[in-house]
Design a binder for this molecule. Sequence first.
Ligand code: DQA
Length: 148
Amino acid sequence: MAHSLLILNGPNLNMLGLRQPEIYGTTTLPEVEAMAVAHGAKKGVNIECRQTNHEGALVDWIHEARGTQDGIILNAGAYTHTSIALMDALIAAEVPAIELHLSNVHAREDFRHTSYIAKVCVGQICGFGAAGYTLAIDAMLATLEAQS
Ligand code: DQA
């Protein structure tokens, strides 16, 4: 059966393309999502994309992924640096997750160097802009293959 991956984007990522393009690029979120879905189709993987500005909605969607998705790719935006709830949700979901950022958070302000979700993710991809989403799909597929 084809794998199913859930791509979640958190707060302010609906503003991609408009928001600080010198940091986040000019590609919009619908364009990023279309690229991810097209890449998934090439690899024979179902990709579902969702975005919210609300922490609780991310928690609910991570819970829903339990038993229904094979992997989660999560750009939690600023919640990455603050949210124990997201970390707990990922533990509860028992679905492998990859932490994703467009920017290289380690080359930015100190508060962006802390991630509450990194410790419960398979790994982190950051600094590759919109291309990070397709890199994350490939990394998740390699992870799932290694596990099977
Ligand atoms: C981000 C990095 C975060 O620090 C920031 O709060 C974002 C976007 C990124 O994709 O580079 O909203 O997750």
